[in-house]
Write a protein that binds this ligand. Structure first.
Ligand SMILES: C[S@@+](CC[C@H](N)C(=O)[O-])C[C@H]1O[C@@H](n2cnc3c(N)ncnc32)[C@H](O)[C@@H]1O
Length: 306
């Protein structure tokens, strides 16, 4: 479920009639919602470590408002509400259907009175929210054309002493051994290469795209924030995966297949098709060697403004 430095699941309008042409880079977030939600659930142990680290920087009793920008279906929103039990948490997303999922999840989790939603195409539309003690942006800044402008807009919404936590980058996820017994060894490395090309094209097509050196601590400093720190968190789910985890893996590889269409050779695409085939004994639903190993990095910085 990763494109380059983009370790989450996307679905998009892959045009199967396009033959060998590279896949488009627009993302249909609404169609992606179920896989985004199950993926975030699978990553919950990693997210919990990250949230606990952020909580070390901010005493829970001081945190009264949290914004989760690019919340997706709200797995992290609810985790943040649990981590900061005195806070109102506002999930901000550009896709209303995802915000419906946030609401439903919050109510199911008994957090309905503290979790609000706000539809906005960030970094626009944040002013009306007022300010927050913590702004979390998980794998969302890279969907904004001008990442510097986005961070500056977030920084402007922080209370003095408040913290920004940006989850961006880490290590490419691994799900299979280097040699899986079918096709040429090293399939996942080649998928990484192809998906990183897709990722750059996806970014370049965003409105207001501005090329940016993705040195997150420096970008946070440029937004007027101080005391930047970075830390990475590991997710290690060894083989054998459960049936539910395998289904998640199939969704992730389906997404990856759409991303690498036209960017990998036909032999590799055929191997991916075998992995996705529920009736193939070498497929992801049957093979005993699949796993999930990944790391994600969280970058924090503090507002010193008054
Ligand atoms: C990869 S998902 C991450 C979801 C969630 N933060 C997580 O870590 O599981 C990116 C999310 O950002 C949202 N998004 C993309 N561009 C956005 C924008 N300009 N403003 C607000 N949300 C945006 C998408 O709708 C999607 O829900």
């Amino acid at each position: 479920m990763s494109s380059h430095q983009h370790q989450h699941q996307h679905q998009h309008h892959a045009d199967s009639s396009s033959g060998g042409h590279p896949a488009a880079t627009d993302i249909d977030w609404d169609a992606l919602a179920p896989v985004l939600e199950s993926g975030a659930e699978m990553h919950r142990p990693l997210s919990a470590q990250a949230a606990a680290w952020v909580a070390e920087e901010l005493p829970a009793e001081d945190v009264r408002r949290v914004f989760d920008i690019g919340s997706g279906p709200g797995v992290l929103t609810c985790l943040l509400a649990e981590t900061f039990p005195y806070a109102e948490v506002v999930a901000v997303d550009a896709t209303p259907q995802l915000l419906d999922r946030v609401r439903a999840r919050a109510v199911r989790s008994g957090l309905g009175d503290r979790v609000r939603v706000h539809a906005a195409e960030a970094p626009d539309g944040l002013e009306e929210l007022g300010t927050a003690d913590l702004i979390w942006a998980g794998n969302s800044v890279h969907h904004m054309g001008d990442q510097r402008r986005a961070l500056a807009a977030f920084a402007a919404r922080l209370r003095p002493g408040g913290l920004i936590a940006v989850l961006e980058g880490g290590l490419q996820a691994r799900h299979l051994p280097r040699d899986i017994g079918i096709g040429r060894p090293g399939l996942e490395s080649r998928i990484d290469g192809a998906s990183s090309v897709w990722f750059e094209e996806m970014r370049a097509a965003l409105p207001g795209y501005t090329a940016t050196v993705e040195h997150w601590p420096a970008l946070l400093a440029a937004a007027g924030l101080s005391d930047a720190r970075s830390r990475s968190f590991l997710l290690d789910i060894p083989a054998p995966l459960t049936a539910a985890q395998r289904e998640q893996l199939v969704s992730a590889f389906s997404w990856l297949r759409s991303v690498v269409e036209g960017r990998l050779d036909g032999d590799d695409l055929s191997v991916i098709d075998r992995l996705l085939d529920p009736d193939d004994e070498q497929g992801l639903m049957h093979r005993p060697d699949s796993f999930l190993l990944t790391a994600r990095t969280v970058h924090t910085a503090r507002s010193t403004g008054s």
